[in-house]
Design a protein around this ligand. Structure first.
Ligand code: NAD
Length: 732
């Protein structure tokens, strides 16, 4: 079984075909690289071969590097992982550079064999870096294909020459969205941007024809020719200089300095631009090794790539339950959430019945899909036909009889147990016995709501985040009596709508809200203590949270916070720990400072609802103390308060798998993605240091920072979460 094969046709074109057995998309492994190298050597040495075309046996070209390999390369290198990684990366450069030089005489730049890439579809990561090393890239005219270098999204950067080649091909400025933001483009756009060279109907035929006619000058890369100048100017050129000044500022502004890959990428580009190409590749390899050695990149790859994908593919799906894909979903309540759930379901090809109390309300819910599709058409992301197709799948009605043949119901009616119970009963009266019933409640215990169901085994929580079409996480909640088929149904549904699921057990606020509420509360507590709101907000952002806690509560609204606080206090009685927070929240509520929607909250807003500065009124009520805490202290409070809650969720059995804890935190509420998630973050700190910090924070700020027994035990055994529970994560 080989990943690459080669066959030379009658015209003398060696076609090297990449077709990894048993995978739907090609990914490059170390063995694959060696095979490719051998085939390139053979083709270059064979006098009968006039040119080489590298293509794929699948309908896509390649999805990238097998990222598991990076972790393995590190492990394999033993005592000196940096050396092992650097050598591995340089080996990759060696193969690609050989393709690029294609046997040319180093002095005359003549005598090489033309090499072209023929991409039938998507080409990502190394799947584009390899084509970039060839002399001409032909891609099929396939608007669904994606071309780009998304490495930055998982905490690394294109390290197989992609960074150096793209910058030299396009210029630093033009390359920056593709390198720094991981922007992906359809072939036609990739061509107009200058990433690839041709978009054709039959890329293999076009590439073959090209290699047979290409001349020496056609296969010499500009950077290997005399007098090469970088497009847009090198760093020592006035225009280039400005690019780099701007880029540094932009990278720091966007990453707040917590994503090491973006900075390393920029260094590789800047330093590489000052030296000859081969040296630039070596510099790129050094920075790439530096990033691969950084714990952040390992944790990001683990959570955002390996484990996210494992969860999407059903790592926690109950075994032995047959396919539960949804055909027809009934969505009850056509408000903000119901409208979004109808949209994403219809987009996934599922028939939808959208029900509300009044026909106008149901229609309004359906109109959400219409306006979403209209926006897509305006942005050329959708067509009028697609809009008609998606809208055609949604029936907006008040008639429960339309639910008779639905196989999944998701209710998103008011957050009121009585209303939810009525709806559950009304649905049970019309649906078949196999139908699974899901609630989208954010705060009510699933096991309690299930009491209204005729079949609690078929009752489950499917908790979406708002806005439904944007948020990638779906939290599936198992009630006490929820059966495996309901879990499988929820997971299969989430897979259909292409989101990432986590499965948790039923407990107050499930998992995501359980951790995010303390984050918000900690921010509000600090306001009450007299910590400068600007310090709180900036500390959060500088540690990688997408929104400061005060901005977040302004967005979700103060009255929602007050409502949750009242309900929690009623449920917990004397054990309720957040009285200090409530004082601030209730004052804000009384003042009508309900957040962004009221154009007044912890921040001020203009008439259009645009956020201005932090509110002077809040500062007047809670004056800033003379002595302010250190930045690290504030950051530790904000991150520990979430992470310890994640640990407690694991101790309590709400979380059943550490991967879900980390992936769910990043996708659900944006927990500092650079860290790989709260449990990865604690692993980075080390359990012993984390326990020590808990003790200090508990003493200074109270028992919410009490070190959980699990963490204390791990500290005594010098364990990390991924060390202790790693086998569970590996096994699935
Ligand atoms: P919403 O007020 O926007 O919508 C609720 C809809 O349900 C309204 O259109 C209402 O007319 C309809 N409705 C009420 N009783 C009904 C009945 N008996 N039959 C049919 N329709 C009925 O509320 P929302 O923000 O969409 O929230 C809905 C649910 O989703 C709640 O349980 C909420 O806790 C949960 N949720 C909300 C969010 C969020 O951010 N808003 C996030 C996750 C979960």
């Amino acid at each position: 079984m080989t990943d690459f094969t080669s066959a030379t046709d009658a015209d003398g074109v060696a076609v090297i075909t990449w077709d990894v057995p048993g995978k739907s998309m090609n990914v490059l492994s170390l063995e694959g690289l060696e095979e490719l190298d051998g085939l390139v050597d053979a083709a270059l040495a064979d006098e009968a071969v006039k040119g080489i075309v590298i293509t794929s046996g699948k309908d896509t070209f390649a999805g990238g590097m097998d990222l598991n390999i990076i972790a393995k390369m590190k492990d394999m290198a033993g005592d000196d992982p940096a050396k092992g990684l650097f050598e591995g990366v340089m080996r990759m450069h060696g193969v690609l550079r050989k393709i690029e030089r294609a046997g040319m005489d180093p002095k005359t730049n003549k005598g090489g064999k033309p090499v072209a890439a023929a991409l039938p579809g998507t080409a990502l990561g190394i799947g584009l870096e390899l084509p970039l090393s060839t002399h001409r890239i032909f891609a099929a005219d396939n608007p669904k294909a994606k071309i780009g270098l998304p490495e930055i999204m998982v905490g690394i950067f294109p390290g197989a020459g992609g960074t150096t080649r793209l910058v030299r091909k396009m210029g630093a400025m033009a390359a920056s969205p593709f390198l720094l933001e991981g922007k992906l483009s359809a072939p036609a756009k990739a061509k107009s941007a200058g990433i690839i060279d041709e978009v054709v109907e039959d890329p293999l035929a076009a590439a073959k024809a090209w290699v047979l006619t290409a001349k020496d000058a056609d296969i010499l890369k500009p950077w290997d020719a005399k007098g090469y100048k970088m497009p847009g100017g090198a760093p020592y050129h006035p225009a280039g200089f400005m690019t780099f000044v701007g880029a540094s500022a932009m990278v720091n502004g966007k990453t707040k300095g917590v994503y090491p890959a973006a900075k390393a990428l920029l260094s590789a580009v800047y330093e590489g631009a000052l030296v000859p190409f081969e040296t630039a590749l070596k510099i790129e390899a050094r920075w790439f090794t530096n990033i691969l050695m950084n714990p952040s990149s390992g944790a990001m790859i683990r959570s955002l790539f390996i484990n996210k994908e494992a969860l999407e593919k059903g790592a926690v799906r109950p075994e032995g339950v047959p396919d539960q894909r949804v055909r027809k979903v009934g969505v009850l309540g056509a408000g903000m959430m119901g409208a979004g759930i109808a949209l994403v379901s219809a987009q996934a090809g599922i028939e939808v019945v959208l029900i509300d109390q009044k026909q106008e309300a149901a229609d309004r819910g359906k109109a959400y899909t219409e306006s979403f599709m209209d926006k897509g058409i305006a942005k050329k992301k959708a067509t009028p036909e697609k809009k008609a197709e998606v809208l055609g799948r949604i029936t907006a009605t008040t008639d429960y009889a339309a639910l008779a043949d639905a196989d999944l119901i998701i209710e998103a009616v008011f957050e009121d147990p009585k209303v939810k119970a009525e709806v559950t009963k009304a649905v049970d009266a019309v649906t078949s016995d196999d139908c699974i019933f899901a609630t989208n409640t954010s705060t009510l215990p699933i096991s309690e709501l299930a009491k209204a169901s005729k079949n609690p085994e078929q009752f489950i929580g499917i908790h979406f985040f708002s806005p439904v079409e944007k948020m990638m996480l779906v939290e599936i909640i198992r009630g006490k009596e929820t059966g495996d088929r309901a879990v499988a149904k929820a997971l299969d549904y989430v897979r259909q709508i292409r989101k990432t699921p986590i499965v948790v057990n039923d407990a107050r606020f499930f998992y995501a809200n359980r951790c995010i509420i303390p984050y918000i509360n900690e921010g509000i507590r600090m306001v009450k203590e007299g910590v400068a709101p600007a310090l709180i907000e900036n500390a959060a952002k500088l540690v990688g949270m997408p929104l400061g806690p005060l901005q977040l509560v302004d967005e979700t609204s103060i009255d929602l916070g007050a409502k949750i606080a009242r309900a929690t206090r009623a449920a917990m009685g004397d054990a309720y720990p957040d009285g200090e927070v409530d004082e601030v929240i209730f004052w804000m509520e009384d003042e009508g400072r309900l957040g962004r929607k009221a154009k007044a909250g912890f921040y001020d807003y203009d008439d259009a609802g645009k956020r201005q500065g932090l509110s002077e009124a809040v500062k007047a009520k809670y004056p800033e103390a003379d002595a302010q805490p250190s930045l690290t202290d504030v950051q530790h409070r904000l991150l520990f308060v979430q992470s310890l809650e994640a640990v407690r969720a694991l101790e309590d059995g709400v979380l059943m798998d550490i991967r879900e804890g980390d992936v769910g935190a990043i996708l659900g509420w944006g927990f500092a993605p650079w860290s790989g998630g709260p449990l990865s973050w604690l692993d980075m700190l080390g359990a012993a240091y984390a326990a020590e910090r808990c003790d200090a924070l508990e003493e200074a700020y109270g028992p919410r920072f009490h070190c959980p027994d699990l963490l204390r035990d791990m500290a005594s055994k010098s364990q990390g979460f991924y060390g202790r529970f790693g086998t569970q994560a590996d096994a699935a």
